[in-house]
Design a protein around this ligand. Sequence first.
Ligand SMILES: [Zn+2]
Ligand SMILES: [Zn+2]
Length: 298
Amino acid sequence: MVTSRKEKLYLQNAVFMLVAHIVGFYGFYAAVLGQWKRETLILGAVMFCVSGLGITVGYHRYFTHRSFKCGKVMQTILMICGTTAIQNTIKVWVSGHVLHHQKTDKEGDPYNAARGFWYSHIGWILFKDPHRKKGDFSAANHLTEDSWTARLVNFQHGHYLALAIFFSGIVPTLTASLWGDPLGGLVFAGFSRLIVVWHMTFCINSIAHWKHWGSCQPYTRANSAQDSWVVSLVTFGEGYHNYHHAFPGDYRNGPYWYNFDPSKWVIFWLFRIGLANDLNRVPKERIERARRAVLLTS
Ligand SMILES: [Zn+2]
Ligand SMILES: [Zn+2]
C-alpha cells in the first residue's frame, strides 16, 4: 500500500472496521460450530443479497449512473437496501464514485488503483485523503435534479447513523429473535454478512482494476478497468468493469445474455413488473465499434 504522502489514519473508520471484522469472523466461526440456527444463516444470506444489490442496483447503477428510472417507492427501497451495506450515505458514495469515473487512476480518484492493490481495496477508507474536500458533494449534483430524490437523499444523509444501526443491526436482531436467536441475528446476519458485502464491493475497486489479474480489456484501454467473470460471480455482476468504464450509463455491466450479471436481471425484472423504466442500453453497434477499435490498437 502506498501511503508515502501525508496521510492520517481515519481512526473512526479504522476502529469500526476492526471491530466489525472481529465480530464478523467470530460469527463465521460460530456458524461452523453450529451455534446459529438455520433460519439465522438463511437470514444472513438474504441480507447479503439485499445489501449487495442495494449497492450495485441502488447506489451504483441508479443513484450514481441513473441507468434507469424509478418512482418514489422504489427509490426509497433502494435507499434502505443500500443503507444496510454501511458504505456511507448516498451523497458521499455517489460523489466518490463519480470522481472515480472522471479521474480513474489519477490524483482525485478516491480509490486510485495506481496507488496499489491494498490502497484501492481498503486503504482509501482507512486513511484520510488530503486532496478530498470534506462536505463537497458537487460531483453528485445530479441528485438534486429531481426534488423527491434530493429530499430522500438529504433525509438519509441527515439521519444516516440511526438508519444504518436500525436497518443493519436492529432489524436482523429482531427478525432472528422470532426464532429465538437474536445474538446470531446481530453477529451473523449483521456483522458477518456486512464484512462479506464490504469486501465484495472493495474487490470492484481493487481486483477489477488490477492489471496483474490477467488483463481483459475488450472495450477500452483508457484506464486500468478489467472485465472479469470471476469477480462478477461474487459482486452481483459488477466484474465486467472494463465494459462499465467504457459505457457507465448502461444498466448492464455484462451486456451479453451469457454474462453473469444478477444486478442487470434484477433491474430488468423491476422493469417487467412496472417498478423501473427507461432502461438505458448502449446499442449493439456502438459496443462492437468499441471492441473493434481496441483490437485495431492492440
Ligand atoms: Zn472502476
Ligand atoms: Zn460506476
